[in-house]
Every structure is written in C-alpha cells, then in structure tokens.
Design a protein around this ligand. Sequence first.
Ligand code: NAD
Length: 326
Amino acid sequence: MTALEYSRVGFIGLGAMGKPMVEQLAAKLPAHAHVYVHDVVQASIDELVAKFAGKVIACRSAREVAESSEVIITMVPEGAHVRSVYLAEPNGICSIDLQDRILIDCSTIDTATNLAVKQRITDSHGRASFYDAPVSGGTLGAQKGTIAFFLGCADEDPKFAMLSSLLRLMGKQVIACGGASLGLASKLCNNYLSGLIAIASAEALSTGIKAGLDPRVLSRVFAAGTAQNAICDRFNPCPGVVADAPSSSGYRGGFKVQLMKKDFALAVDLAGSVGARLVLGDVGLRTYESAAEDPRCRDLDSRVVFRLLGGDEKWEERLAQQNGQN
Ligand code: NAD
C-alpha cells in the first residue's frame, strides 16, 4: 500500500507545526481522502475544518481520531502529552483495538517515553506499528512543506516506502535512522550540535566586533574557512549580516529559545543515559536556560544567545561613527 492509497489519515496536535502539516496533507492527499483532526484547543480544530470544508473532519478526542483513521500522526509538545494522547483512558489512541493501524509520533520528546509507549502498543496491540519521526525545518519549513523527518526505523523496514511517501506529502526528506527511537536520538544530537554552534558563533562574532571587525566580513571569513556552518550562513546570530535571518527581524520567527532549551536538556539527558561524556553540555544548557528566562530573549529565535552574551546589536551605527571619525 502506498501513502496515497490511505484514505483516512488522523492528526493530533494542531499547533505551530501540526497545523501547517495538516494543511499540506489536506492539499496533497487524493480527493477521496479525509484528514481526521483533534487538539485540546477547539479553535485550532475549527480553523482547519473551516479552511478545508469536507476534507478535514473534526474529532472530539484522540480516541475518536483513532477510530476513524488507518494511519495516525501526532505532533504535541512533550513526553507527558504523548503519553496522554496515546495511553490516557478512556480517550487515548490505545483505548480502542488498534488492529493494524500505523501510528507516527513526530513530537520531539525523550527516547524513554517513546520506547515506553511503543512497548505498551506492542504488548496490547501486536499488529499495530508505532514509529518516532521528529522533524527539522521549523514552522516556515512546515508551511512550505520542506521539513525533514528523522524516522525511527531501518531502511529495510517493510513499511519504510509507505511511510516515506506519506511523510513526503509534508516534507522533503525522510531519513531512516536505523531503529525504534533512533529518529529521536538523531534529532536530539542534531539540536545539541546546532545549539552549541549558535553559542560558539555568537561568541566569535561578539569577540570579532569588539576587536573592530565588521561582522559581515567576519562571517565571510567563517564561510571561506574551517568555521563554515549553517548557523552563520543562514541563521547568523548577529543582526544585519543575513537579511532574512530571524536576528535581522528582532529575532522574530525561527526556532523559539524555549524549544531549544527543551531539546538541549533532552540531549544532555540522553548523553547521560547512554554514558556519553559531554564537556559542553552543562554550560550549553545553562546558557539556553538563562536565555529562556530572560525577558529580552524569551519567545524569540534561539540565536538570540548573541543578545544574552552582550553581543553588539548596534554595530552598524558604531562602525559608521568610527568611519566618520577616520
Ligand atoms: P505547539 O505548542 O505550537 O503545538 C502543540 C499542539 O499540541 C497545541 O496545539 C496543543 O494544544 C496540542 N496538544 C497538547 N496536548 C494535547 C493533547 N493531549 N491532545 C491534543 N492536542 C494536544 O508546539 P509546536 O511548535 O507545534 O511543536 C510540536 C512538537 O514539534 C514539539 O515537540 C517541538 O519540540 C517540535 N518541533 C517544533 C518546531 C518549531 O519550530 N515549532 C520545530 C521542530 C520540531
């Protein structure tokens, strides 16, 4: 069966990511297919049902979504929400006989919760399958249908082709990460690394500016040298270097610093649980905790660590003044 043969797809969690993902599904699934949706916020359901009348169908609970759908996608904030959506009685997904349904959790959560939910499904619903498939690419990527999925299965998984064709309706890339919960492990390692690159980039840019460098020149040096990285190239933490980076619009849009704090903490926990030694974990986590609590940074793009570290956001004015004096 290919994804396009599924005519009843469920989706639970219609927030910043879930809503545009449903919009992609509603636009791309064949005409006869329906998307069954639920969220604890009624207004989020109503908005989608109004926009895709007849195509997107409202459900009053996760259980009702499960009853109506062959494949169910979940996209909620944290492990506790995932437990509730799947395991709560009497309205969770697992409160019905799941038969051969396919369940895909796209939330970024801890691997232990993911494996615990998988175990419960294996124990009580032997024919059903449950996959982790966290995403990268942010809300803009979700709106454009360009996100990447890190799927917790092997390349040889008999369902990989079907899963891949379904997920590609909402994104560009689907990477099979090797086995259960390894999609999540991949996502957490990725965010650990990109979170640290953002801090290091902010520090290096701030140092360079204080030493008299134009951060645009310094960023060109990084791009040409061994420090080249996607954060500086596309999400430069210093305002005014990359025109469409969140930093250049007051750090609005992008990946909220509270989400980076959450993912960074999950990555540090994962390292602890598998016995991996981290030198930068504690300091990185403290940095994102401070930024998430700082009123100058909260709710803004995570690259706002440049502001937290006292980076000079008015470097252009200062450079102009200096040039005027010379
Ligand atoms: P969000 O808070 O905007 O949306 C989550 C939605 O889940 C909300 O609408 C909420 O009402 C709903 N929800 C919570 N508990 C529920 C329940 N028990 N039943 C039904 N609905 C419930 O969050 P988001 O930004 O969409 O993020 C979702 C997940 O995706 C998170 O794990 C996040 O880390 C991850 N993620 C987010 C981004 C991003 O840029 N926002 C990028 C990649 C990954």
